[in-house]
Design a protein around this ligand. Structure first.
Ligand code: UDP
Length: 325
């Protein structure tokens, strides 16, 4: 069984990848400092409580376990916070990532899956966005992801690292068995916020801008099921393990939904009305982000299975009603 170190494996996306790896004959070893993640999200799995800037802890893991590849998810991901406190993002997402890469090099671990983002593109120049789209990130969060992409490419050229950087569009949903899902310290994402407004946990959902140049005036995003993301990560891992070359690959569905369409779909799935207000635009929100995903298909043999947003929302709703963390 291959040992896969999953940093941030107790977080939203990481925990779904850990589950998927475990179900597919890999041995995931989670390293997480639980600053954002939840221990319950990876119950029953090998777990190391540590940060990626803790060289001693990393040394212990790499020297005791024969690590075949690293999947790296431990990063802060609040765009707004990255603007008000960029140092937090540069210290963790950037500098601590270099520490992780340095320890990997020491132990000659040369396979790396990086959790990147469509935030590396910045404002779209054309839609759908392929991997050649210009990368001009517009906030510190996006810049950390962009810079790590450049760093790992330098490691590739100089030290022989092989990596797949996966640029996610909007990760959404939960595991269909209801045991793991999204639970953030500060919730800023549309689908959980709409569902919380429907369940009464929040007073209402604010549509952040209704004067965008889109058919209904609200922003369009490409929502990909977190379980589809997990399958794509496994395909990327298999590619590296079988000798595949480094690449940056979009993960999305090629299908965009507006904020109003997402709210209607949440109402349809739950059978309840969402209390909605319109509010001003949120700084830094491009009108439309939709992925071109032909490279994922070609390189990873991956296409998203859940392309109907209602399926994604239905898993999120089940999670929202029964979640334990
Ligand atoms: N959005 C909204 N109300 C909210 C949260 C988000 O209208 O309370 C909008 C947001 O402006 C964006 C879309 O929903 O157009 C998706 O936002 P989210 O934060 O889920 O993901 P992002 O695209 O920012 O990564």
């Amino acid at each position: 069984m291959k040992n896969i170190l999953v940093t941030g494996g107790a977080g939203y996306i990481g925990s779904h990848i850990v589950r998927d790896l475990g179900e597919n004959s890999y041995n995931p070893i989670i390293l997480d400092n639980l600053s954002e993640g939840h221990r319950e999200a990876c119950a029953g799995k090998e777990f190391v409580l540590a940060s990626i800037n803790d060289t001693e802890a990393l040394d212990a893991v790499f020297s005791e376990k024969n690590i075949d590849a690293v999947m790296h998810f431990s990063a802060f991901a609040y765009v707004g916070e990255s603007v008000t406190n960029p140092e937090k993002y540069y210290l963790n997402n950037l500098s601590a990532t270099v520490n992780l890469l340095s320890v990997m090099r020491k132990y000659d671990v040369q396979k790396f899956i990086f959790s990147s983002s469509c935030a590396t593109y910045g404002n779209p120049v054309y839609i759908p966005m392929d991997e050649q789209h210009p990368q001009n990130p517009i906030n510190p969060y996006g810049r950390t992801k962009f810079m790590v992409e450049k760093i790992i490419d330098d490691y590739r050229a100089a030290y022989g690292l092989r990596y797949i950087a996966l640029r996610y569009f909007n990760a959404a949903g939960a595991h269909p068995d209801g045991s793991i899902g999204e639970s953030h310290r500060i919730e800023t994402h549309l689908i959980p916020l709409v569902l919380k407004a429907i369940s009464g946990e929040k007073d209402r959902i604010s549509i952040l801008g209704s004067d965008y140049p889109t058919p209904d005036g609200t922003c369009i995003r490409d929502y990909i099921a977190v379980t589809d993301l997990a399958a794509a990560h496994r395909a990327a891992l298999e590619l590296l393990l079988s000798g595949g070359e480094s690449a940056c690959v979009n993960l999305g569905t090629e299908h965009g939904y507006s904020v109003k369409e997402v709210i209607s779909a949440c109402e349809e799935v739950t059978g309840k009305k969402a209390p909605v207000i319109t509010a001003p635009r949120r700084a830094g929100d491009p009108p439309e982000l939709v992925a071109k995903t032909s490279l994922a298909k070609k390189l990873l043999g991956f296409t998203a299975k859940k392309t109907d947003i209602r399926d994604i929302i239905s898993n999120a709703w089940q999670w929202e009603q029964t979640r334990r963390y």
